[in-house]
Design a protein around this ligand. Structure first.
Ligand code: PEP
Length: 255
């Protein structure tokens, strides 16, 4: 039985005061909801603050991206060890904003995935098609290519390690991220099922266990319907993760 997972992606939002208010509300609001897992992925400068507030709660924290190198002359980059040093257990990889705005590729997502699992960080690999690709009927082709680019680089040992860390896939149709448009539960289910089948080609047991979360304008008003679909194991939430009441309601839907 897979436990639902809700991940908040704060993107480039927040400051010390607003983080304190938001995290305190989440701690109180989710304290009694122990049947799902919750994570917030905050901007790097606030990881220390987040750790201080969330330690010994039922909310985990993570990074929004990571570099593939362990250390060196990579100005502005953050290594996997730096994230784990700050208590992170998760990291988002291959987010569409990273792909579109920062020109990250399937290959760089694969390298970051590999570096993350070697550092004991649970990767949340985002895949999803643009509107043009969606309209052209290319959703499965795109999602498969994004998945395969990462899966193909994993040796059997790496794959086992990724499973041990409970790697997560996030289906995030680009046309739904930050747009207010949400995939219907049926649309999400179809792609989530496809993702699970694709993993099953590598390892059927892993496919049954892996969590596949949906992202793209998840709100309190649509979360329950999405999470009720058999292959939707929770959500990756952007905008609504900045509003304590909304995020708590989404987490309760997952619980
Ligand atoms: C995201 O940032 O991954 C996301 C899904 O954003 P939003 O919920 O705002 O669409």
């Amino acid at each position: 039985m897979r436990r639902n997972l809700v991940v908040g992606n704060w993107k480039m939002h927040g400051d010390i005061h607003s983080n304190q208010v938001l995290l305190s509300a989440l701690i109180n609001g989710l304290n009694n909801y122990q049947n799902a897992d919750y994570v917030v992925c905050v901007p790097n400068p606030y990881l220390h603050q987040t750790r201080t507030l969330l330690e010994n709660t039922n909310i985990a924290w993570g990074g929004q991206n990571v570099n593939q190198f362990e250390e060196g002359a990579f100005t502005g980059a953050v290594s996997p060890h730096m994230l784990t040093d700050l208590g992170c257990t998760f990291v988002i990889l291959g987010h569409s904003e990273r792909r579109v705005l920062f020109h990250e590729t399937n290959l760089s997502a694969a390298a970051r995935f590999d570096a993350s699992i070697k550092a004991n960080l649970t990767p949340i690999l985002c895949v999803g098609e643009t509107l043009a690709e969606h309209d052209a009927g290319l959703t499965e082709v795109i999602v498969a290519s994004q998945m395969d680019a990462v899966m193909a680089t994993l040796s059997d040992d790496d794959f086992a390690r990724a499973m041990h860390l409970n790697m997560v896939f996030a289906y995030e149709p680009v046309w739904a991220v930050g747009t207010g448009k949400t995939a219907t539960p049926e649309q999400a289910q179809e792609v989530h099922h496809f993702i699970r089948q694709r993993i099953a080609r590598r390892n059927a047991e892993a496919a049954a266990l892996v969590r596949i979360v949906y992202g793209g304008s998840v709100k309190a008003s649509n979360a329950a319907q999405l999470f009720n679909m058999p292959d939707v194991d929770g959500g990756l939430v952007g905008g609504a993760s900045l509003d304590a009441d909304e995020f708590i309601a989404i987490c309760k839907a997952a619980n």
